[in-house]
Design a protein. Structure first.
Ligand SMILES: C[S@@+](CC[C@H](N)C(=O)[O-])C[C@H]1O[C@@H](n2cnc3c(N)ncnc32)[C@H](O)[C@@H]1O
Ligand code: SF4
Ligand code: SF4
Length: 438
């Protein structure tokens, strides 16, 4: 029987110091930031038992299906579908953020992540319980955050447990890169991990203002070291905030990427999730930023899941209000004009990716509003053959049977999909639609 749920309620677990969470989704309902939904309070080992996790997940799903107002209220990821019972599911997403110790104090972050709390429970014990009960799916993704993952005492032990017993095909590390971790670099080299580091500044001064430490150059040096080990698996992020979004700051960031030999890296443009809206100037900055990075030979540059819904809301104004552009130089006016022209080339498209990001793109984009999606593909075998927006999801090799442009509907895995299109399917990258199309 069909019921309302989401993939995180069904199959994800996020370990925080004093609670377990279902997700790290963030969205707004009537001006209120929602998401980051709690499974249970974790005061000791018995609180985080598998039995308690399943029970709490079931209780929340039941309330949602009774129409009660829950912490998931208004979430765009809720979907009525043939979901399994939670007890019959296996976890496909485990996020290890069981401490709040950090060597930075970013202005956009909070005590929740850098306040110093350590886990009230033994995370290794809990992971072992999932392993011994065969509750981990073969395509599980393990993500590492915190706090700063590289500075906690038990980092080496937990990573050993994950590598030896969970053996995820891929792990996602979120680190500020003040430290260089040989373990992370080794996993990246073996194509078993990606590292995402936010830089958020194009100068020592702005870095100090945003991140509260004087470590701009050290972070860039460490990113260069990671890049030399594994260029494909490094993602350099930039969270746009009111402190670092000027044209001159991002131009300076792009220059420094060149100086440190990082121009060819993968980039991700993000925004502060505490800001419900992007300003029109931030919208222009994002489009220009994307253009500059690609012009400087970035391998990829994507807009993340915070930017995408926010830029969708202002896209029409950005593309159509010429007055807005008056104060900007001709280069920027021309970039916006080019984006407007793109609409003609996207009448029929193929979409790669059937996650929430695909809905974000297709439901609200000014440019894609009138596009016809010929078919969807996804590399995850668990998604192939299933229905998405009334189409059956196909295997990626179907892109070889067509010459249509490909829209990559993903943010975090954008670089990986580009790699597959180029290396595995040998498809000309000119078929990939720019991720700056809004
Ligand atoms: C809380 S951090 C922990 C990991 C690590 N210390 C780091 O900064 O990468 C996890 C992720 O959340 C992102 N993040 C934190 N606060 C944010 C905010 N207000 N808006 C958008 N992203 C944010 C960080 O950039 C990082 O990628
Ligand atoms: S429905 Fe949304 S808020 Fe609730 S667990 Fe799923 S992703 Fe998180
Ligand atoms: S480095 Fe990460 S955890 Fe630390 S303060 Fe910044 S965003 Fe928060």
């Amino acid at each position: 029987m069909k019921k309302i749920s989401c993939r995180f309620l069904q199959r994800a677990i996020y370990y925080a110091p004093d609670e377990l969470r279902h997700c790290c989704q963030r969205y707004y309902v009537k001006g209120k930031l929602m998401g980051d939904v709690k499974v249970l309070s974790a005061k000791n080992n018995s609180d985080v038992s598998l039995e308690n996790i399943i029970k709490a997940k079931n209780e929340l799903i039941e309330k949602i299906n009774k129409g009660e107002k829950t912490d998931c209220y208004g979430c765009p990821l809720l979907e009525k579908a043939e979901w399994k019972k939670v007890e019959d599911e296996k976890f496909d997403h485990i996020s290890i953020e069981h401490h709040a110790k950090c060597n930075m104090r970013c202005r956009y972050c909070s005590d929740t992540y850098y306040g110093g709390k350590l886990a009230n429970y033994d995370i290794q014990k809990s992971l072992n319980e999932l392993i011994t009960n065969n509750k981990i799916r073969d395509d599980v993704q393990v993500a590492w955050g915190g706090g700063e993952p590289t500075i906690v005492k038990d980092f080496d032990k937990i990573i050993e447990l994950v590598n030896k017993k969970i053996k995820p095909k891929t792990q996602r590390f979120f680190s500020n890169a003040i430290n260089y971790s040989e373990i992370i670099a080794e996993l990246m080299k073996k194509n078993e991990a990606t590292l995402t580091t936010s830089v958020d500044a194009g100068s020592i001064e702005t870095f100090k203002l945003v991140r509260k430490v004087n470590q701009y150059e050290k972070v860039l040096k460490n990113l260069k070291k990671y890049y030399e080990q594994s260029p494909n698996n490094l993602i350099i992020k930039y969270i746009l905030t009111e402190d670092n979004s000027s044209i001159s700051e991002i131009e300076s960031f792009v220059k420094d990427m060149k100086k440190y030999g990082l121009s060819n890296a993968n980039f991700l443009i993000s925004s502060n999730y505490y800001d419900e809206k992007l300003s029109l100037d931030q919208g222009i900055t994002i489009i220009y930023f994307h253009h500059l990075l690609i012009k400087n030979n970035a391998t990829t540059c994507a807009l993340d899941e915070h930017v995408r819904p926010r830029i969708n809301k202002i896209a029409s104004t950005l593309l159509n209000e010429n007055r807005l552009l008056e104060k900007y130089p001709d280069t920027i006016k021309n970039i916006i004009q080019d984006l407007k022209e793109k609409k003609k080339s996207v009448k029929n498209i193929i979409v790669w990716g059937v996650g929430p990001y695909a809905n974000l793109l297709l439901n609200n984009s000014v440019t894609f509003a009138e596009s016809n999606v010929e078919f969807f593909v996804d590399s995850n075998p668990h998604k192939q053959g299933k229905k998405f927006r009334n189409s059956t999801v196909l295997k990626p090799d179907q892109i070889l049977k067509s010459n249509l442009p490909i829209l990559i509907a993903a943010s975090f895995w954008y670089h990986d999909i580009v790699k597959q299109i180029k290396s595995e399917y040998k498809v000309d990258t000119s078929r990939i639609l720019s991720s700056s199309i809004i």
